[in-house]
Design a protein around this ligand. Structure first.
Ligand code: NAD
Ligand code: UDP
Length: 316
């Protein structure tokens, strides 16, 4: 049985990845320190004989006994609110952690995959964004702690590949949504859906004309699995190219939830990217991957989860 280590296992994406690898017949070691994740996301896996959980901060030396075929490094604060509140942890988990884990991959002979991000493109001047675009990042702006940590993570990963021959891969993840997002993590979808279900005002930042392209979690996980099984070393964008303005996205959620909430406008955070859409040509060609779940279906599935988590006001 092949063995995989997944860091950030108790988070949104990490927990879905654990499930995917278990369902594909792998032995999964999930590692997390619950910085932004929760035991609730993985407690259903604790009885599985092919799953073990290790409570550990991956910025510290990482030890795993036995063979390891794959290491997926997904630990990191991921929402703007989280990484603004935890800038140093964010920098460390993007730098010290891949350093520790690449050393482990080198010793064990594992294929090593990092969770990179569309944020490496910053506020992009090329649209849609292909992997060949080098980005437009403000290193000392508020988002710099995340963006530059992820850019360093790519650099150290490529360094270990080039100089030590470690088998590495990088996925540049574009905005992904689905069940197990933390209600209060401040990202657009959890914010809008919780606000709509509670009947509160929907807080759109700026005039809402900025765009994002939202990918359903099952599609993303499918792409990551394919990348892990491939021998691709260059970065690959995984995301859904269906682009939408944030204002329209808020309105879509109000309609879906049948909410009486009204959209209000608040200040746009500094350096908030104006437009974002993945060019997924490489993912199609190299991995034979395209997203399957369109936004209306993905939002319905996500709403079912949020309805179980949000205390909705009782209607009289
Ligand atoms: P998340 O906050 O739900 O999960 C991150 C997990 O990492 C949490 O469980 C947290 O406790 C854990 N963690 C953080 N620091 C740690 C440390 N030092 N040691 C051990 N565990 C630690 O976030 P997510 O949305 O699941 O994101 C997962 C990864 O994917 C991140 O690396 C993020 O940058 C990347 N990513 C996500 C998206 C997205 O749309 N969700 C987009 C681009 C990139
Ligand atoms: N956003 C918003 N209201 C919110 C949260 C986010 O208008 O309550 C906007 C945010 O300014 C950005 C977009 O929605 O333009 C996506 O934000 P998110 O934090 O989900 O992801 P990211 O900015 O990292 O792409």
């Amino acid at each position: 049985m092949k063995r995989v280590l997944i860091t950030g296992a108790a988070g949104f994406l990490g927990s879905h990845l654990c499930e995917k690898f278990l369902s594909e017949g792998y032995y999964v070691i999930g590692m997390d320190n619950f910085l932004t994740g929760s035991e609730d996301n993985i407690s259903h896996l604790f009885g599985n004989k092919n799953f073990e959980f290790v409570h550990h901060d991956v910025t510290k030396y990482v030890h795993v006994s036995g063979e390891l075929d794959y290491i997926l490094h997904f630990a990191s604060p991921a929402s703007p609110i989280d990484y603004l509140e935890m800038p140093i942890q964010t920098l460390k988990v993007g730098s010290l952690a891949p350093y520790n884990l690449l050393g482990l991959a080198r010793v064990k002979g594992s294929r090593f995959i990092i969770a990179s991000t569309s944020e490496v493109y910053g506020d992009p001047s090329v649209h849609p964004q292909p992997e060949s675009y080098w980005g437009n990042v403000n290193p000392i702006g508020p988002r710099g702690v995340y963006d530059e940590a992820k850019r360093f993570q790519e650099a150290i990963t490529m360094g270990y590949h080039t100089f030590h021959g470690v088998n590495t891969g990088m996925v540049r993840i574009f905005n992904t949504y689905g069940p197990r997002m933390r209600l209060n993590d401040g990202r657009a979808l959890p914010a809008f859906m919780s606000q709509a279900l509670r009947g509160e005002d929907i807080t759109v930042f700026g005039d809402g004309s900025q765009t994002r392209s939202f990918c359903y979690v099952d599609d993303l996980v499918d792409g990551i699995f394919k990348l892990t099984m491939s021998d691709e070393h260059q970065p690959v964008n995984i995301g859904n190219p269906q682009e939408i303005t944030i204002k329209e996205f808020a309105e879509e959620i109000v309609t879906l939830t049948n909410s009486g909430s009204k959209v209000i406008y608040q200040d746009l955070p500094k350096d908030d990217p104006k437009q974002r859409r993945p060019d997924i040509t490489r993912a199609k060609e190299i991995l034979n991957w395209t997203p399957k779940v369109d936004r209306s279906e993905g939002l319905k599935r996500t709403l079912e989860y949020f309805e179980t988590k949000v205390d909705t006001p009782t209607t009289v």
